[in-house]
Design a protein around this ligand. Structure first.
Ligand SMILES: Nc1ncnc2c1ncn2[C@@H]1O[C@H](COP(=O)(O)OP(=O)(O)O)[C@@H](O)[C@H]1O
Ligand SMILES: [Mg+2]
Length: 236
């Protein structure tokens, strides 16, 4: 097991509950999709898992540690990152940001780190874009560069918050295919609205709308994929 929530309750203001009684065990090498309406608590769930937020009640653990100690074992691709197209930063520099926490105070990146950049860029299909300006990439390429940044630290858990929200279907499919591949040796947890394209590929679907319901892909109603959310008919 890679981590767990046990009867977790969370509220930002101590009055309005955002997540209630959340329990789940995350296993190794799973590919999981998180779906649910806007404001349902999906991003909050990821932030709790990473230890950015603390639950009022219940327990969260990752690989047997409390979340803050485990952050370097987690790769995170946050929701909607808008970059100034003209901000001068290369793809290589974006990817190296993923190693900043491992850099000593007076550190420089070493040859081994630079080699790692090659490795992760290849794994997301961006080998030819290392020197390119980040702002010149297409939406799908930019998202893959951010995935490379999340991968470079060698995480056991890869979290992605709506990584395909602003890109076309083809680019989205390419990213799903990559994530499925990464899930062969790490747990991949992705928030998405595009369940139609994904339902058949994931191990489980986590439906989050204040509470959590874990669904098998086969039980996911087609309405979900069209954004029509209703209480699940059957859960695991
Ligand atoms: N920093 C915050 N302070 C107060 N309320 C917040 C904060 N972030 C999110 N919320 C509220 O918590 C609820 C869940 O938000 P969020 O987890 O972002 O949902 P989702 O990602 O499913 O759209 C929403 O009602 C949102 O307005
Ligand atoms: Mg969100």
């Amino acid at each position: 097991m890679i981590g767990s929530f046990k009867k977790v309750f969370f509220s930002y203001d101590g009055v309005n509950p955002i997540l209630e009684n959340i329990s789940i065990e995350l296993k190794e090498k799973q590919f999981l999709a998180i779906v649910g309406p806007n404001g349902g608590g999906k991003t909050t769930f990821l932030k709790l898992l990473m230890g950015f937020l603390e639950p009022q009640k219940g327990q969260i653990s990752l690989l047997g540690y409390q979340p803050p100690d485990m952050r370097q074992k987690i790769g995170y691709v946050p929701q909607v990152l808008r970059f100034d197209k003209h901000f001068p930063i290369s793809v290589e520099e974006i990817v190296l940001q993923g190693l900043l926490s491992k850099l000593s105070w007076l550190g420089c990146f070493k040859k081994a780190d630079i080699d790692l950049v090659d490795e992760v860029l290849e794994s997301v299909g961006l080998s030819d874009y290392r020197e390119a300006q980040f702002g010149s990439l297409s939406g799908g390429q930019a998202q893959r560069a951010l995935i490379a940044r999340a991968l470079i630290g060698g995480p056991d858990l890869l979290l992605l918050d709506e990584p395909t929200a602003s890109i076309d279907n083809k680019a989205e499919q390419e990213i799903f295919t990559l994530l499925k591949l990464f899930a062969q040796n790490k747990t991949v947890l992705m928030v998405t609205h595009d369940l139609n394209a994904l339902a058949s590929q994931v191990d489980h679907v986590l439906f989050i709308n204040r509470t959590l319901t874990i669904l098998n892909p086969a039980d996911v109603c087609g309405h979900f994929a069209m954004g029509v959310y209703h209480p699940p008919l059957r859960s695991t």
